[in-house]
Design a protein around this ligand. Structure first.
Ligand SMILES: Cc1cc2nc3c(=O)[nH]c(=O)nc-3n(C[C@H](O)[C@H](O)[C@H](O)COP(=O)(O)OP(=O)(O)OC[C@H]3O[C@@H](n4cnc5c(N)ncnc54)[C@H](O)[C@@H]3O)c2cc1C
Length: 460
């Protein structure tokens, strides 16, 4: 029996694959999304029960990048977007105490001398070193470097230990001594190149901070975006519980799925880079090994519900990050019910603790009970919690956080170059050059446009 032929097969039903599918639905192209799991969304997962709403993975959409807001508008849910609750303060743990990030800071770096002077996070020598940044000469080479190397050069060691490591590397669940500053924070590199100083650049360019904060979400959690996106797809275009196990090129592409073979004129791989590497092995070994060089980190999210009265802390902010030098097992914590409205029943609070990441690669080898205990201890140390939680949820994200290490930019250039040898294969999503939800939406849609052009050129 010959396998059915599609114009485009999309492999992976995370936000990148679903956004590609949504875009293709506007181009009159015949496509199907194949998702290995039994639900769409990938790392976007919202669990709801009683009056609790728990984002197990991402919980916030950056407003500054318009792709997600535009998609929400097209889906008719822009009116539902909600901003974070004031006071929106984020904290950093130092010597077991929480220190607020300075007001008006950029990526945690206080832009104004007054704010730096008032900060309780840094020692006096640390502040003096940071204040000197505008006076330092700019680097005269253009090589990529780690986030740690960049911040150490510009702002000194204390800024690496208490800002760059927990905050800049931490949001990528990564190791500050390995992640690429150019791939993840190109604005820092451009600031040094064009203005000679990060502080000078952002003092000059600083746009007035919105009183509504930098992030938005939806009342039903980020999962609501996935639900609306899936509802906007034509019927029968999303195949769940359908893993692609092998791919061959025989004129068109032959995909083996757990539910039988499929043929496609083009394939969008919106899967982690190591999965793409496996699927490309029989098609182009160079491309496959380039994809395999992109490494991943694992994290766990542990959510806890408590009565408010059990917590001896005002939870006046969005949460905190933990530098690795601190004796606390957490990477970070979100005070969910202080960050977003209506995530916990009246009189209760919802907290999330994060474990693992690039700094603690073996963390997920611990048992569920140990991970829960680690997160609970980490939160209790800081928030002085009494008594057991009302409920606990553990979510394991094994090899789900791509690590854009030094050289990532060049690796992507090599991958793009190699892709020209395999017409009809397209790569999308967070493994390659899309950091966070808005970029994944943008990348998925842009990749779909390219794939549609390719199949149209084949048919014409
Ligand atoms: C814990 C956590 C918190 C985060 N917080 C934020 C945040 O607050 N804001 C933000 O913007 N970003 C955040 N991110 C990043 C953001 O969530 C991701 O960048 C984005 O969701 C990745 O989408 P994706 O579609 O590229 O990949 P994924 O979501 O990983 O989707 C890939 C899909 O491919 C499927 N798949 C794999 N192999 C196969 C196969 N062989 N056949 C078929 N299907 C397959 C998988 O099952 C999965 O559904 C967070 C990420 C994590 C892990």
């Amino acid at each position: 029996m010959t396998a059915p032929i599609l114009d485009i097969a999309i492999v992976g039903g995370g936000i990148a694959g679903l956004s590609a599918a949504y875009e293709l639905s506007k181009h009159g192209i015949q496509f199907r999304v194949f998702e290995a799991g039994d639900r769409p969304g990938g790392v976007i997962l919202t669990e709801r029960f009683d009056d609790w709403i728990i984002d197990a993975g991402p919980d916030a959409i950056l407003r500054q990048k318009p792709a997600a807001l535009k998609l929400c508008q097209e889906l008719g849910i822009a009116e539902r977007l909600q901003t974070t609750l004031p006071p929106r303060t984020s904290y950093i743990l130092r010597d077991k105490q929480l220190h607020p990030l300075a007001e008006g800071s950029f990526l945690g770096f206080p832009l104004r001398l007054g704010a730096l002077a008032r900060s309780s996070l840094f020692t006096l020598p640390g502040k003096v070193r940071m204040a000197l940044e505008p006076l330092l000469a700019k680097r005269d080479t253009d090589n990529d470097e780690t986030i740690a190397a960049f911040v150490q050069r510009r702002f000194g060691n204390e800024a690496v230990r208490y800002l760059a490591e927990p905050l800049l590397a931490g949001i990528h669940a990564g190791d500050v001594d390995r992640l690429s500053v150019r791939a993840l924070f190109p604005r820092l590199v451009e600031a040094e190149n064009h203005f000679g100083s990060v502080l000078k650049a952002f003092r000059t360019l600083q746009t007035p901070t919105s009183s509504k904060g930098a992030f938005v979400s939806l009342p039903g959690g980020i999962g609501e975006l996935v639900e609306h996106l899936v509802n906007a797809l034509p019927p029968q275009t999303l195949a769940l519980s359908t893993r692609i196990t092998d791919m061959q090129r025989t004129g068109t592409f032959l995909l083996k799925t757990s539910n039988g073979p499929i043929r496609a004129r083009a394939v969008v791989l919106a899967v982690p880079a190591y999965v793409a590497a496996g699927l490309l092995r029989g098609i182009d070994t160079t491309l496959s090994s380039l994809c395999n060089k992109i490494t991943y980190a694992s994290t766990a999210t542990v959510a806890f519900g408590y009565h408010k009265r059990q917590i001896d802390h005002p939870l006046n902010g969005t949460g905190f990050v933990v530098p690795r030098v601190e004796p606390n097992p957490l990477l970070a914590a979100t005070w969910v019910s202080s960050k977003w409205p209506n995530r916990a029943p009246e009189g209760c609070v919802l907290l999330r603790g994060f474990l693992g990441g690039g700094r603690d690669q073996n963390c997920l080898e611990h048992s569920d009970d140990t991970l829960i205990e680690m997160a609970r201890n980490g939160l209790s140390q800081v928030l002085h919690i009494s008594g057991p939680p009302l409920f606990t949820r553990l979510y394991r994200w094994t090899q789900k956080s791509p690590q854009y290490e030094v050289g990532h930019h060049n690796r992507i250039v090599d991958i793009q170059q190699q892709l020209t040898n395999v017409p009809g294969i397209f790569l999308a999503g967070s493994g390659f050059q899309a950091i966070g939800i808005p970029d994944c939406i943008d990348d998925g849609r842009a990749t779909a446009v390219q794939a549609a052009k390719f199949t149209n050129s084949q048919i014409d």
